[in-house]
Design a protein around this ligand. Structure first.
Ligand SMILES: [Zn+2]
Length: 465
């Protein structure tokens, strides 16, 4: 609006000036190098105006011509960048699609077109990995460590590569650096914990877990049990090194945080017993039996209560049984102790109570029945029958890895099947029968449908030969 008003104002000024000049033509005389120009003032003003406009146009043309080379260069540069980014995105798509040839081609193209190594280096490394060229990938990842923008990505690549190649020392080195560089990264914290725990570096694993809690990657509740296991393992190490005070302190905390984990409770009770605190040791085992009645707890209980012979063991078993009277494990523990003490009637009574429960008879039950028949009546035939039944009876609870289902006789901090830390739980192993895949049925049926003609042909050929 203001511009329009300004334009109208200028037009008015021009019109007024033109009218004033028409009314007052005047006379202009110019003498220059022997030439005389005589004209009116209006023509002179018009001539000066025209020269001014032409000069301005010529100046603009000069500016334009002078800027042409730079414009062409900019146009070409923008084109290169556009093509470079296109190659980069195509390369990423090729990596996602698992096409190593295309990924390598596009990585090379993006590298030529874009002057941004931080962007193209990752694609080059990934395409090298896809082609199976781990050395080239390692070179690219290592180069990425030199720039602060790509250092973490480079570390991640090197770390994953070291894990894949099972170079545990290198993996630990990269995980420590990644965790230091980005403590807020949940991936870095988890990887450092995994690697440290799998390498038996309990203190470092515990520190990584503590850091993960501080950074809120895991809640204190989730970390309680693994930290208790780490505390227990550090306590075992401290005991081995002769630092009993530290061992006891660590073990006490671990036993509070993992009440259902029998190895932790047995170790704690053992330390207490060695420190002359038999009653406290027995209390720890009784509380553990009430939570998770694992047979090893009973064995530790005999040691703590000084039950050296079969009769005192039977008495101790009866005391321990009072802390979890209804669990089948308690009946089995009592029967075992009674059999050891040749108290056949007690043993038979305990085992009979299991028969009326709705639980299927376990392998341990059948073995104890075999021992009873052999011990009480020397009936080897019946004992053999029970042993045969034991082979097909339902399994007893054992240590089962919650990740891979590996069942082990004794607890270990690392699973022998998958290497996972603190994965064993005391429970019944799962028996899953094999599945017949639907495709398999179709595949086996299809030839049956085709069979008559095919077989006839074959038979026909054979019969004619
Ligand atoms: Zn496992």
């Amino acid at each position: 609006m203001l511009r329009a008003l300004w334009f109208i104002f200028l037009l008015c000024v021009l019109a007024v000036t033109a009218m004033w000049l028409a009314d007052n033509p005047g006379q202009v005389s110019l003498v220059w190098h022997g030439y005389v120009i005589e004209t009116s003032a209006a023509v002179m003003v018009a001539a000066v105006g025209t020269i001014g406009v032409l000069s301005a146009l010529a100046y603009r043309l000069w500016i334009f011509i002078r800027g042409v080379p730079a414009g062409i260069a900019r146009f070409r540069r923008d084109g290169r960048r556009r093509r470079g980014y296109l190659a980069l995105s195509r390369g990423m798509v090729a990596v996602a699609a698992g096409d190593p040839g295309e990924a390598r081609r596009q990585a090379g193209r993006a590298g030529d077109l874009l002057d941004e190594p931080s962007l193209t280096m990752l694609l080059s490394a990934q395409s090298a990995q896809l082609s199976g060229d781990e050395k080239a990938a390692q070179k690219f990842f290592t180069e990425m460590l030199n720039s602060p923008d790509t250092e973490f990505l480079g570390l991640r690549g090197l770390l994953n590569q070291a894990i894949k190649l099972e170079h545990s020392q290198d993996a630990l080195k990269w995980a420590r650096r990644a965790s230091r560089l980005k403590p807020e990264s949940a991936w870095a914290a988890r990887t450092l914990f995994d690697l440290a725990s799998r390498s038996g570096l309990w203190e470092e694993a515990d520190e990584a877990l503590a850091m993960a809690i501080r950074k809120k990657h895991v809640s204190a509740g989730e970390a309680r049990r693994p930290r208790a296991v780490l505390g227990h393992l550090m306590s075992v190490d401290a005991e081995g090194a002769g630092d009993i005070a530290r061992a006891l302190k660590l073990s006490k905390k671990a036993s509070q945080d993992a009440p259902g984990l029998s190895p932790v409770q047995i170790h704690f009770a053992d330390l207490l017993k060695n420190a002359g605190k038999q009653r406290k040791a027995a209390n720890a085992l009784e509380a553990a039996w009430a939570t998770t009645p694992v047979p090893e707890l009973a064995v530790a209980y005999w040691a703590v209560t000084g039950a050296d012979d079969a009769m005192t063991r039977m008495k101790a078993a009866q005391t321990l049984a009072g802390f979890n009277p209804k669990d089948p494990a308690t009946a089995l523990m009592l029967a075992r102790a009674a059999l050891d003490a040749s108290l056949w009637g007690e043993a038979r009574k305990g085992l009979k109570t299991m028969e009326i429960s709705d639980q299927p008879l376990s392998s341990s039950y059948c073995q104890l029945m075999a021992n009873l028949e052999e011990g009480e009546h020397q009936d080897l035939t019946l004992a053999r029958e029970w042993l045969v039944r034991a082979a097909s009876a339902s399994p007893d609870p054992t240590w089962v890895c919650e990740d891979c289902g590996n069942a082990a006789d004794s607890w270990t901090p690392l699973c022998g099947g998958c290497g996972g830390f603190d994965k064993f739980q005391w429970r019944l192993p799962v028996r899953v029968p094999g599945l017949i895949a639907p495709e398999q049925t179709e595949q086996t049926e299809q030839p049956k449908l085709m069979a008559p003609t095919t077989l006839q042909d074959v038979d026909g050929e054979r019969s004619t030969q």
